[in-house]
Design a protein around this ligand. Structure first.
Ligand SMILES: [Zn+2]
Ligand SMILES: [Zn+2]
Length: 471
């Protein structure tokens, strides 16, 4: 190694060691600053309330079904109509998903339940509790639903009664007034007519219609239609093909519809790896009270729906293009409008008195996307290799491969740190790693550059010698 390089290496190592020691001393003498920075960065990196125009909007809070899917909470849709926030169904895990999407449970004005299968009501207690605890409301949460909603709400109120007493005593009547805890049932009996429907909410330009669907033997089972300033959407609830659902969906802007793919369920049923004793029986029984994706597409086409989005998918659909295509079958051929498979955090915005439909995903920023980070890193890695080869060829040099690989590795690590800042937010420790790696990268590039220059000189010298000999 040349003297110059030895000096460069010595300086770099000293800088890195000095940086590490300073960071170490700082970490141990200023632990509060570190903790504060970490906690604050976590708070700041959480998604905020979406910026929206006055209109009718839907956030798919949970797009799962009773079949476990780690990437989807149980069925739940947040409908924002002007200033009002309504939650339709509260599937298990949906309250956490709501918060992760940037919506506080304190914002929720009312809940609407489609039916009383556990996957639609599992989180009702959590939502009621968190809405009260975070917002300090002195009025219980209204829970709209068909016959028997009273017993559901009473049951959750009972189960959470002690908790609300604890919190009221601990945080005080002023912050958590006991009258605001729990829910209050708003029960509507629309009978069992297959075409029955009733407007059950009509305030502040918002109209909500409850209508029967067919989820036999589950009764009651309803869907909901929301209308606000010229925009409309329907949430199907659980159903087979239902004429009432088709009628209610006529000319709506958006249909959020459930779907079960019987072919995929049959494949699951045949699998020997189901594990639980009753899993096969359950899988065998479920297709007869759910609609298929292509039936839902037919219904949407017949009803002249503008935009069809699936939720409550059975079986769970992985978030890949091929899997989605397999799940949909020929649905996009049958239905001429726009079609999408929903995922948690999917936000559909429909500004008032317009035809615009804008979609975004509120969870994209906070969700770690390791696959994407990896792909980006691999592309950069490829580019670096390419650049390395180009330099080597041009200069007709053999660049020391170990230094080459080293700088690539450093570049890779720095990119991973940047990826981590972007996906999971700022962290002081990651910044320190990144600084160290950046220093090492600068050194290795400097080393390579020196190496190339010195070889150039050597080449030049030997060329000169040759020309002297020739002369
Ligand atoms: Zn369900
Ligand atoms: Zn159901």
């Amino acid at each position: 190694m040349k003297k110059k390089h030895k000096i460069a290496l010595g300086v770099t190592v000293s800088v890195v060691v000095a940086l590490s020691i300073t960071a170490g001393i700082f970490y141990f003498t200023q632990p509060t600053w570190f903790t504060r920075t970490i906690v604050n960065s976590q708070i700041e990196s959480a998604p905020g309330y979406p910026e929206i125009d006055d209109g009718l909007h839907a956030l798919l809070v949970g797009t799962g079904s009773p079949i476990n899917d780690p990437s989807r909470a149980g069925p739940s849709v947040l409908v924002i109509a002007g200033e009002k926030h309504f939650v339709v169904d509260t599937g298990p895990g949906s309250t956490a998903s709501l918060v992760t999407s940037g919506i506080s449970p304190a914002e929720v004005d009312a809940v609407f339940l489609t039916h009383y299968h556990s996957d639609h009501i599992g989180d009702l207690g959590e939502l009621m509790l968190q809405r009260w605890a975070l917002g300090g409301s002195n009025e219980s949460l209204p829970v709209y639903g068909p016959v028997n909603v009273t017993s559901i709400v009473d049951g959750f109120n009972d189960a959470y009664y002690l908790d609300s007493i604890y919190r009221n005593e601990h945080h005080g009547e002023e912050n958590m007034p006991i009258n605001g805890s729990g829910g209050v049932a708003m029960e509507f009996d629309i009978g069992n007519g297959t075409m029955a429907s009733q407007v059950i909410y009509d305030q502040d330009n918002v109209e909500v219609t409850m209508f029967n669907v067919d989820h036999f033997p589950v009764y009651p089972a309803v869907g909901f239609k929301f209308e606000y300033k010229g925009r409309s959407l329907v949430i199907s609830g659980d159903t087979v093909y239902s004429e009432n659902l088709e009628t209610q969906s006529t000319n709506v802007d958006l249909l959020i519809g459930e779907a079960l793919n019987p072919e995929l369920v049959a494949i699951m049923e045949e699998s020997d790896d189901l594990g639980d004793e009753n899993a096969g029986v359950v899988l065998h029984d479920i297709p007869d009270y759910h609609i298929t994706p292509w039936e839902m597409a037919t219904l949407a086409e017949n009803a002249n729906v503008e935009y069809l989005v699936y939720y409550h998918m059975i079986p769970p659909v992985p978030n890949s293009g091929v899997a989605k295509k397999v799940f949909l079958g020929n649905s996009s051929v049958i239905y001429s409008g726009d079609i999408d498979i929903g995922m948690d955090g999917f936000f559909i915005s429909m500004p008032a008195h317009s035809e615009k439909i804008i979609t975004t995903n509120l969870l994209e920023r906070s969700a770690a996307r390791p696959a994407l980070v990896l792909i980006v890193n691999l592309v950069i890695l490829g580019l670096m290799f390419g650049a390395g080869r180009l330099i080597t060829k041009k200069r007709e040099l053999k660049v020391k491969p170990i230094i080459m690989v080293y700088s690539i590795l450093m570049g890779f690590l720095i990119l991973t740190r940047i990826g981590s800042f972007v996906t999971t937010g700022f962290a002081a420790s990651t910044l320190i790693y990144a600084l160290v790696e950046a220093t090492m990268l600068v050194w290795s590039v400097f080393y390579l550059n020196q190496n190339i220059k010195s070889r150039d000189k050597t080449n030049l010298k030997s060329k000169n010698k040759q020309s002297v000999v020739a002369a």
